[in-house]
Design a protein around this ligand. Sequence first.
Ligand SMILES: Cc1cc2nc3c(=O)[nH]c(=O)nc-3n(C[C@H](O)[C@H](O)[C@H](O)COP(=O)(O)OP(=O)(O)OC[C@H]3O[C@@H](n4cnc5c(N)ncnc54)[C@H](O)[C@@H]3O)c2cc1C
Length: 454
Amino acid sequence: MSDLLKQSIPGIIADAQRFITEPAIVERLSRDFYWYSPVLRRQLEGKHADAVIQPVNVDEVREVLRFCFAHDVPVTARGAGTGNYGQAIPLHGGIVLDLSRMDTIHEITADGVAVCGPGVRLGVLETAARTSGWELRCYPSTIAKATLGGFLGGGSGGIGSITHGGLRDFGTVRALEVVTMEAEPKVHRHEGEAVHEILHAWGTNGIITRIWLALTPAVEWSQCAVAFDGFDKAYDFSERIANDPRWTKRLVTTFEWPIPSAFYPIRNICTEAKDLAFFLIARDQLQDFEQEVRNVSATVTYSGDYAGLRTSPLLSDYTWNHTTLWAIKQDEAFTYLQCGFNPDSVREQFRLLKEKFGEEILFHMEFMKNGAGRIVPGAIPLVRFTTEERLLEMIRYCREIGVFVANPHVNNVEDGGRFREDNVQLAAKRRYDPKGLLNPGKMLSFQPAEETVR
Ligand SMILES: Cc1cc2nc3c(=O)[nH]c(=O)nc-3n(C[C@H](O)[C@H](O)[C@H](O)COP(=O)(O)OP(=O)(O)OC[C@H]3O[C@@H](n4cnc5c(N)ncnc54)[C@H](O)[C@@H]3O)c2cc1C
């Protein structure tokens, strides 16, 4: 395949430098953060593509897909490769289509919509948006590296979701264009509800080449870290701030001790044996907020202005799935779950989990607004991994007591917990990738149409 591709490259992309076969680079660009999961580490170790192609425009994407369709070559889209579930790891070789060079911000419209290529880094977009009075509604803690296309393909939400919900909520993704994997690849535009046919499909049903992303007016933010005597107090306070509409906020995160002991660059703001909470609060509310902290006899261990991504310390670097990264750095035995607790019985759910699993599970909460507009306690708890069976037992028990789990230890769209029950992602795959060549093996419910199988 590589030889055939090599010969054909001049007709596919303008610059042969953007066709990479050097094994070390191909292997690096075939990996993501799948190793967060001990289960996926075992399953996916050593999988890689045969070559990487880096298109710079939609015409090149179409040419690559035309060639790959004709020769039955699998294609796995890649943004920055920061996904945690092996989403961007090719299971059957072929091409990694690295979209990071399609990184143009075409326009930020007067009414706050960013029109972008898929390779735009979210950090670059946040900075550009802020210079014109806007900011991202929500972003992952990997904002500095992650691309917008990868966020749409594999992400869910993050900082900002407390106010604006997840990426898929409230019309945040206004529209997108996607290229199909057919004999004659086409560009289709999806608008409004139709974006859900493509979002969070792990690049299995089309290559996103342009995005219209709704922004929100920029706010001057302050960061604040607060230490509490006990997780219950930390949780109660966080929940109250999260639910009180009086506070303009971008982040409410709660950590059970000893999680903060892993945050070694900011140990000076993490008090030994105290549970911790991080907040991004509107700057003009900071004084009142600190008073609120004193009212509950908690301690502000740090507060300061947020001045963009270069702010130091940047508290969001320790939240969402970065928390897990710090914990793994401290002790490789840690892994994680992605949970949604029930706001009406969350304390009972905490109690049951602690009763059954004790220190095997450590609570890390991230408050967010759900699609119905309710603030809910999301969580990315740390888990001390022993065996796969024990991990499955914990997942089963969570579900038994009404805690939703989006399982991060599986390598397919359906079991990851964000597959649409109305099957619109699957229906789009049938239309746009009839042979099943886009990231094959990741959408299990898809079977190629018989006439396409040779
Ligand atoms: C430390 C850490 C913290 C994280 N925190 C968060 C968080 O807070 N919130 C969150 O949602 N996620 C989080 N993640 C996961 C990940 O960083 C985000 O989902 C990120 O947005 C992925 O972007 P990427 O460019 O790296 O995508 P990649 O990993 O390159 O790709 C992700 C998926 O999208 C597909 N894809 C990429 N580009 C395209 C395209 N143009 N068209 C179609 N499909 C495409 C890929 O095939 C893959 O299946 C975290 C991960 C780590 C390691």
